[in-house]
Every structure is written in C-alpha cells, then in structure tokens.
Design a protein around this ligand. Structure first.
Ligand code: ZN
Ligand code: ZN
Length: 286
C-alpha cells in the first residue's frame, strides 16, 4: 500500500496556469506529495509532459481535465480523472469545448472595447503564448481564458490586480461578463463516462446551488471535490456528508494555477489534499 497525500486539482500552462506541467509536478514532489493530478481546463495537452516528469521524479501523476459547463446560467466545472485521454472522440469533444471558450473570449474582448477599453484578441493570444513560452511549453491544444484577459487589463492599466479585473469586468456580474450557451454538466458526465473516466463535481461550494449538485449526482457524477481552496470547514463537512449519503468518492485539491505577480493564484500545491488511496477509487469507478 502506498502512503501519502494527493493533490487532485492543478492547472498548468496547457490552460490558464502559469507553470509548465513538468514544473507543477516538480513542485508537487518538493511539497512531499505522493501524487498530483493535472486537471487543465478543457484540455489534456499537459498530461504527457507531466507523466514523463512524474516517472523521472518518482511521483504518481493522475491524468485529468476540468470541463467547463453551464447549467441555469451558472458556470459548473466537472473534473474528469483517468479518461482514455488518447481516445479520438474524447479529444474531439475537448477541442469543441476550447472552440466555445474562444467564442466567449471574443465576446468579452468586444464588450471591453465597447466599454472604452480597447483590447484585441491578438493581444490576449500574445499573453497566453508568452506565458506558455516562459514555461517552455508547446502551443498545441492550449486553452486561453479570462485570466489572460485580466493580465492584459493589468498591463493596459485598466485595473491594478487580477482580483479587480474579475470583480469589475470579468467575473459573474462584471461589466464585460458574458456566458454563451455551452455544454451542460449532465452531458459532461456522459462524455467522461464514455471516455472511461471518473466524473467528479468540482468545488460545489462555489455554485450556491446544492439542488443542482444533487441533480448532478442523480445523473451519475461519481465523486465530489470536498476539499478545495475556496471551501471552508462548513462546506467540507456539508459535502463530505453529501458524498457519504450517496456513496460517492471524496476528492480534494488546491486548484493551483501557479503564481501571478509573485503571489500564488488560488491555492498552493499540497494545501488541499486527500489520501493517495483515493486514486484506487478513481480508477476502479471508471
Ligand atoms: Zn474550476
Ligand atoms: Zn480548476
């Protein structure tokens, strides 16, 4: 039996993290973890590099992804663990999700320009490429998202921090917030099942919709992310209870996104973990 801790939620430069996959794995190893999952938004482009680094350093890497979905106008994230990540249909579906993200980015950029902050999609792409390059990553299959737009707003002097960018413009209720129709979480659960993966409801405490969480469970979600950087003790207890009631897998992770402006964005690797034995449950449930 393997002993140790696993951080099951981490982003890399394959999506909106600031550190390349190999560096994230190295950081997890340095934090003393036994396992680390790579769960980039709508892509598994960072998984291969992470697996190779994991083999080199002697730390288990869990292949995963975090799917962007919308239900009742709310952003819902569904984590996928151990899907057959080279499966063609799965890859096509992820590419489709990234294309939708692109449309959304363009809508946001247009809205910002209307608000008197002239920004261009090329500038956003430039920032994403710059960050990926700084990390030594390759360009293929990467995800561009709101944090890249936020970085541009900072550089343009429209806002001074990432938090301000989200509060005033990019977050829910912000002046440039748009949410075009996207994949429904019920469908995401199906996709993950069809790809042979295990589906886990990411950070349910952020939705303020436990009725929706119960519906997702009804539709076959196999786990709940009970431990997350944005969950307090009350949420941890509530969702652990819900998981037990339905016999679901209890997972947890930091949602590490690297550093921006010298500060760790979301949580530090290893700040939220579960026992490494959870990996066995995630594999078995496929
Ligand atoms: Zn998320
Ligand atoms: Zn995340």
């Amino acid at each position: 039996m393997v002993i140790g801790k696993a951080d099951l939620h981490n982003h890399t430069t394959a999506s909106d993290g600031t550190m390349p996959p190999a560096a994230v794995v190295a950081r997890a190893k340095a934090a003393g973890l036994a396992a680390v999952a790579i769960t980039d938004h709508d892509t598994m482009a960072g998984v291969e590099e992470a697996l190779a680094e994991g083999r080199k350093l002697g730390i288990t890497v869990v292949p995963g992804a975090e799917l962007s979905t919308v239900a009742d106008g709310r952003d819902i994230h569904v984590l996928a663990y151990y899907p057959d990540w080279e499966n063609e249909l799965w890859q096509e579906r992820l590419a489709g999700l990234r294309a939708t993200r692109g449309t959304r980015n363009e809508m946001i950029v247009e809205r910002l320009t209307q608000l008197g902050i002239p920004v261009k999609m090329q500038e956003v792409e430039h920032i994403a490429a710059e960050q990926a390059l700084a990390g030594g990553g390759k360009g293929k299959g990467k995800t561009i998202g709101r944090p890249h737009i936020a970085e541009l707003l900072i550089r343009k002097g429209a806002v001074s921090t990432m938090a301000e960018a989200f509060e005033r413009y990019l977050g829910e209720g912000g002046a440039a917030y748009v949410n075009p129709p996207r994949l429904h979480p019920f469908e995401a659960i199906e996709w993950i099942r069809e790809a042979g993966g295990t589906s886990v409801i990411a950070h349910p405490g952020l939705y303020g919709r436990d009725d929706l969480v119960e519906q997702l469970i009804g539709k076959g979600a196999q786990g709940i992310e009970v431990y997350h950087s944005d969950h307090g003790t009350e949420e941890e207890q509530r969702y652990a209870g819900l998981a037990r009631k339905h016999g679901l897998i209890i997972t947890g992770g930091s949602d590490f996104h690297g550093e921006r402006q010298g500060e760790v964005f979301h949580g530090e690797i290893g700040s939220k973990t579960v026992d490494v034995s959870v990996l066995e449950q995630l594999r078995k449930n496929r």
